[in-house]
Design a protein around this ligand. Structure first.
Ligand code: 6PG
Length: 242
């Protein structure tokens, strides 16, 4: 990869175990240094096991000082099967003693995506005390079309430079999504991509390839300005000539 560290694992389960093990000191250090650990969670299916492992190892986390946010969300209510909030609630939140006030769900109003985005962006700015979101960690997945969060190819959110969180019309799904923008992700101290599955191989080949075409391969947008970028890749997702 052009930037960051690459670690190759046997499978998503071993990625998840490593990520959980590494999350423990990351949270401890953040809490020791700043009194809080702020994490933007990834949606989709890959991170589910990590969230379950965090619940299984819950005694290792100081939940009162961890704040959870969503890097992206679907345009659905929280009890909808497609909701990333619901996925995290079922895998983790229902099983750990995190104060409700520390869980920052995207307040989806399916009828008004623009207002939803503005409201969540205001929440982020208030919580972080300004425009630079110093995440302790942003967790990301990547689609087989090289999207990350809900920064999909050929969508307007890719070019958003003056916003932190936006609604994003995704033609191929004929729906709106809610997403952090690339600048809002790139201010993180740590960004971890968790990626597995042969279907991701071609996208990774392009994302790591020399041709910079972020409109086609939006994961190329993820270049933390000062933070650490970590690619945690299962062997079945590795391009042959990586
Ligand atoms: C979402 C995710 C999205 C996800 C990729 C990979 O809302 O779906 O945030 O960006 O990370 O689509 O999804 P899988 O992990 O299910 O392959």
């Amino acid at each position: 990869p052009t930037l960051g560290s690459l670690e190759v694992f046997d499978d998503i389960a071993s990625i998840s175990r490593q990520a959980c093990d590494d999350l423990i000191p990351l949270c401890c250090d953040a809490i020791a240094a700043r009194g809080v650990c702020r994490i933007a969670l990834a949606g989709g299916s890959t991170p589910k096991l990590l969230y379950r492992l965090m619940a299984e190892n819950q005694q290792a986390f100081d939940w009162a000082k961890i704040e959870l946010f969503w890097g992206d969300e679907r345009n659905v209510l929280p009890e909808d099967d497609d909701s990333n909030f619901r996925m995290v609630r079922e895998a983790m939140l229902d099983h750990v003693p995190i104060p409700e006030a520390n869980v920052f769900r995207v307040p989806i109003d399916p009828a008004d995506p623009a207002a939803t985005a503005l409201q969540y962006e205001a929440t982020l700015k208030a919580q972080f005390g300004g425009d630079s979101l110093q995440w302790d960690l942003v967790l990301l997945g990547m689609g087989d079309d090289a999207h990350t969060a809900s920064l999909f190819p050929q969508t307007t959110a890719i070019d958003s430079s003056d916003r932190l969180f936006v609604e994003n019309w995704v033609e191929k799904f004929d729906t709106f999504r809610q997403t952090l923008t690339a600048p809002a992700i790139n201010s993180a101290r740590n960004v971890w991509f968790l990626i597995g599955g042969a279907g991701k191989r071609e996208a990774l080949q392009h994302v790591w390839g020399d041709r910079q075409a972020p409109a086609e391969f939006p994961s190329q947008l993820i270049r933390p300005s000062a933070g650490k970028l970590r690619w945690m890749i299962a062997i079945d997702a590795m391009p042959e000539t990586a």
